[in-house]
Design a protein around this ligand. Structure first.
Ligand code: NAD
Ligand code: LMR
Length: 323
């Protein structure tokens, strides 16, 4: 058997945590031959609930789960971890934008960034799920100066999956027939779901749909899908978010077979302000992500990408005191 991979999950007693931990422990994230150790972080009032989750993990008798630690101390949760999945933070309610959560959630990521910096593996791969995910990730990354900025990522895989599913429904194809689709920018209502570089069974996606549907229906539906789930469920997405987190980490660790979307540290590619955590079309191999180069950016796409970049720059200004 391989050495266990040590994985921290924050907010482990929350609704995404409940949909996520059992899939990690079953091998759905890192494969059927990879043992895992879980380090579960919560705040003190949620520790009883977290103990109940650990009891249920025990009760599954997962062969791959070698240990599950429950703690309210970030330095314990992050000690030596190889992967960190930062979910713990407040979700938005109806009528809120995700960046309305910055005040409440931003400071969580200063503490956790510092704890990762001081205690995690030097190669720790960090995924931020808690909203606003890009800017929370920016905060964590800035508070972890000893770690590689390329190892801090924010989740836009859920948006990627939503866009794939909606296009598949529209053109009546299988999701696997769709290639090259991606999400640019912020996990927010300014994100840009890009079909200009996508194909359906090898044919450009924009030949299968019309521009009016793309601009007036598809893009707003993906941008507003999180709010639509909240309106319908009375709670924000959880199972689909956990699924996207599993896929994000699996693809990062084991590699992609096609283009995916990840919020990553910008070093200026496609003219984006350096240092932002910006969602790009990427591929992954050997544990590293690479931005897809040479994509078509027409005037429409350029305006959308600049708008979402501007929002991320405004969010960065708003949290300057946390960086
Ligand atoms: P939830 O309220 O059910 O659970 C959050 C958990 O985090 C709670 O158990 C809470 O006690 C815990 N927590 C709060 N502060 C913490 C801290 N400092 N350290 C550790 N744990 C802490 O919320 P949820 O539905 O699981 O959502 C969690 C976050 O994920 C929200 O911010 C939500 O908006 C976000 N989200 C992001 C995406 C995405 O695509 N990026 C998708 C869905 C949800
Ligand atoms: C989502 O996209 O479902 C999450 O970010 C939750 C939300 O607030 O929309």
């Amino acid at each position: 058997m391989a050495e266990p991979v040590s994985i921290a999950v924050t907010g482990a007693a929350g609704q995404i945590g409940y949909a996520l931990l059992f899939r990690i422990a079953s091998g759905a994230m890192l494969g059927p031959d990879q043992p895992v150790e879980l380090k579960l972080l919560e705040i003190p009032p949620a520790m009883d609930a977290l103990q109940g989750v650990v009891m249920e993990l025990d009760d599954c008798a997962f062969p791959l789960l070698v240990n599950a630690v429950a703690t309210d101390q970030p330095e314990v949760a992050f000690e030596g971890v190889d992967l960190a999945m930062l979910v713990g933070s407040m979700p938005r309610g109806p009528g809120m934008e995700r960046n309305d959560l910055l005040e409440a959630n931003g400071k969580i990521f200063t503490v956790q960034g510092k704890a990762l910096n001081d205690h995690a593996s030097r190669q720790v791969k960090t995924l931020v799920v808690g909203n606003p995910a890009n800017t929370n990730c920016l905060i964590a990354q800035n508070n972890a100066p000893d770690l590689d900025p390329n190892n801090f990522t924010a989740m836009t895989k859920l948006d990627h999956n939503r866009a794939t599913a909606q296009l598949a429904l529209k053109v009546a194809c299988a999701v696997d027939d769709i290639q090259g689709l991606s999400i640019w920018g912020n996990h927010s209502s300014t994100m840009f779901p890009d079909l200009l570089n996508a194909s359906v069974s090898g044919t450009p996606a924009m030949q299968a749909v019309d521009q009016a549907w793309y601009e007036n229906e598809f893009i707003p539906a993906i941008q507003q899908r999180g709010a639509a789930i909240i309106a319908a469920r009375g709670l924000s997405s959880a199972a689909s978010a956990a699924n996207a987190a599993v896929e994000h980490m699996r693809e990062w660790v084991t590699g992609t077979s096609s283009v995916t979307s990840m919020g990553i540290y910008s070093s200026g590619a496609y003219g984006i302000s350096e240092g932002l955590i910006f969602s790009y079309p990427v591929t992954t191999k050997d544990g590293a992500h690479t931005i897809v180069e040479g994509l078509t950016i027409d005037d429409f796409a350029h305006a959308k990408i600049k708008a979402t970049e501007q929002e991320l720059m405004d969010e960065r200004d708003a949290v300057a005191h946390l960086l």
